[in-house]
Design a protein around this ligand. Structure first.
Ligand code: HEM
Length: 408
C-alpha cells in the first residue's frame, strides 16, 4: 500500500501513537525523498539508520547553524541560530561544547548523584502516597526539572517559579500562555546570568557566563539562549523517555519481570532499550553545505535534510527484531541521543535519571495498574506521552530493590 509522506509533518500522525507503518514504508520504498515546500520549507527526509548516521557524523558537510528543527515558514529563523551550542558549527561549537561538556564530566555528575537519587526517592514516595497519578506530570516531569535547577544553580527560593513557568511553557492551554511563560523563563535567566558573570558560582550558568569566544564574553543574550536550551533539552526528552519506558514495561509483564529479577544486572541495558524504543527526539535537521549524494539522491548545497531518528532506531538493517522491546538487547547502538560532534551532552545524566526512577519504583511500589488510556503528544518535534494515568499500591513492607509487580 502506498503511503502519503506528507503525513510525516502532521501532528495527528504522532497523536495516534503509531507512525511506524509510515516509516517502515518509507525505509523500504523512499528512504531519501524530497518533500515539496508548503507550511514547511522543502526538505529531504531520511528514514534509514545508515543515512541518518552518515549525516549526523559529518558536521563539515551538514550544518546545524541555521536550526536543527523543522519550523513552519511563517515562524522564520530560529532565534538560537548560530548562537547556541546545538545550533552552531565549529569553531563556535567547539568552544561552547568544551565548556558545557566539561561541566558534565563524571566528577561533577557524581556530586549530583546523591541529590538526584534522593529527589527520585521523594517523588516516587509522594506518587505512591497519592496512589492514583498521572505518571507523566507527577513523576517523569518532576525529577528532570529538579535536576536541571540544581545544575543551573537556580536558588531554592526561585525553583517554584521555574517549575510553574516550565510547566506552563510546555503544557498551558493556549499558545499565548505558553509563550508568556517562556518569556518569564528567559527574563529570569537574563537576571541570573548577569549576577553569575559578576559573582560566579560552581554552576553551569556561571560556566556559560564566563565563556569567551573570539576574545570576548558571550553576549548575555546568548548565555540566556543556551540556558534555555539546557532547560528544554534536560527536561522534555527525559520526561518522555521515562514515561514511554514505563508504558513499555507495563504493557510487557515478561520484560517487567526480567528487570525485577535482576534489577542492577539489567538496568543499564534496559535504560538503553528505553532510549531506543522511545526515541523522543523525533527528528533533527541539517543544511547541506555542499552538493552530496545520499542513498542515490543528489542533495544540493543549501538543501535541508531531516533525519527521522525514531525511524532510524527501528531499522531492521541495524537492529534484530527492531519492533520488539527487549530490556536485555545488546548490542544497542541507537541514535536516540544523536551521533557525531553534537551527540547529546546530557547522555549520562539522562541515563542516571531514568535508572533512579525505575529503581525507586521497583523498591517502593508493589503493584502498578493502568488507570485510563495513555494520551500521546501531537508534535512533530518530540514524540511520546502527554498523560499516563496509573494506580499504584505501596509495598506492604520495605522490600529489597526490584520487587514491584505489575498487572496489565
Ligand atoms: C532521554 C533524554 C534525551 C534525549 C532523547 C536527547 C536527545 C538529544 C539529541 C538527539 C541530540 C542531538 C542534537 C543534534 O544532533 O543536533 C541532543 C543534543 C543535546 N542535548 Fe540531549 N537528549 C536528552 C537528554 C538531555 C539532557 C538531560 C540534557 C541536559 C542536561 C541535554 C542537553 C542537550 C544539549 C545541550 C545538546 C546539544 C549538544 C551539541 O549540539 O553539542 N539532553 N540531545
Amino acid at each position: 500500500m502506498r503511503h502519503d509522506i506528507s503525513r510525516l509533518v502532521d501532528g495527528a500522525t504522532y497523536r495516534s501513537g503509531n507512525p511506524f507503518a509510515l516509516w517502515r514504508w518509507m525505509r523500504e520504498n523512499a528512504p531519501v525523498v524530497w518533500h515539496e515546500p508548503g507550511v514547511f520549507p522543502g526538505f529531504w527526509s531520511l528514514t534509514r539508520f545508515a543515512e541518518v548516521k552518515e549525516v549526523l557524523r559529518d558536521a563539515e558537510t551538514f550544518s546545524s547553524s541555521s536550526g536543527i528543527l523543522l519550523r513552519p515558514l511563517a515562524q522564520g529563523v530560529d532565534p538560537g541560530s548560530d548562537r547556541t551550542l546545538a545550533l552552531s558549527d565549529a569553531p563556535r561549537h567547539t568552544v561552547l561544547r568544551g565548556a558545557i561538556a566539561g561541566w558534565f564530566a563524571p566528577r561533577n555528575l557524581r556530586l549530583l548523584t546523591d541529590s538526584l537519587n534522593s529527589a527520585a526517592h521523594s517523588i516516587v514516595r509522594d506518587a505512591v502516597r497519592a496512589s492514583r497519578i498521572d505518571f507523566v506530570t507527577e513523576v517523569a516531569a518532576k525529577l528532570p526539572l529538579e535536576v536541571v535547577c540544581a545544575f543551573l544553580g537556580i536558588p531554592d527560593e526561585d525553583r517554584p517559579s521555574i517549575v510553574e513557568w516550565s510547566t506552563d511553557a510546555f503544557c498551558a492551554g493556549t499558545a499565548e500562555e505558553r509563550s508568556i511563560a517562556h518569556l518569564q523563563i528567559l527574563d529570569y535567566f537574563g537576571d541570573l546570568a548577569e549576577r553569575r558573570r559578576s559573582r560566579p558560582g560552581e554552576d553551569l550558568v556561571s560556566v556559560l557566563a564566563g565563556v569567551r569566544f573570539e576574545n570576548a564574553y558571550l553576549p548575555l543574550e546568548e548565555v540566556v539562549l543556551n540556558c534555555d536550551n539546557l532547560l528544554v533539552g534536560g527536561t522534555e526528552n527525559v520526561r518522555l523517555a521515562m514515561s514511554g519506558g514505563m508504558l513499555a514495561l507495563l504493557e510487557r509483564p515478561g520484560q517487567w519481570a526480567l528487570l525485577r529479577e535482576d534489577f542492577e544486572g539489567a538496568v543499564d541495558t534496559a535504560v538503553e532499550e528505553i532510549l531506543r524504543w522511545t526515541s523522543s527526539a523525533t527528528h533533527i535537521l541539517r543544511r547541506a553545505r555542499r552538493d552530496v549524494v545520499l542513498g542515490g539522491q543528489r542533495i544540493r548545497r543549501g538543501d535541508l535534510v531531516v533525519c527521522w531518528l525514531t525511524s532510524a532506531n527501528r531499522d531492521p538493517a541495524q537492529f534484530t527484531d527492531p519492533d520488539v522491546f527487549d530490556v536485555r538487547r545488546t548490542p544497542n547502538r541507537h541514535l536516540a541521543l544523536g551521533a557525531g560532534p553534537h551527540y547529546c551532552v546530557g547522555t549520562r545524566l539522562a541515563k542516571l535519571e531514568i535508572a533512579a526512577v525505575l529503581r525507586e519504583f521497583f523498591a517502593q511500589v508493589d503493584q502498578v495498574l493502568p488507570d485510563g488510556e495513555p494520551e500521546h503528544l501531537d508534535s512533530i518535534v518530540v514524540n511520546g506521552l502527554r498523560r499516563l494515568p496509573l494506580r499504584l499500591t505501596a509495598s506492604a513492607v520495605s522490600r529489597p530493590r526490584g520487587m514491584a509487580g505489575v498487572r496489565g
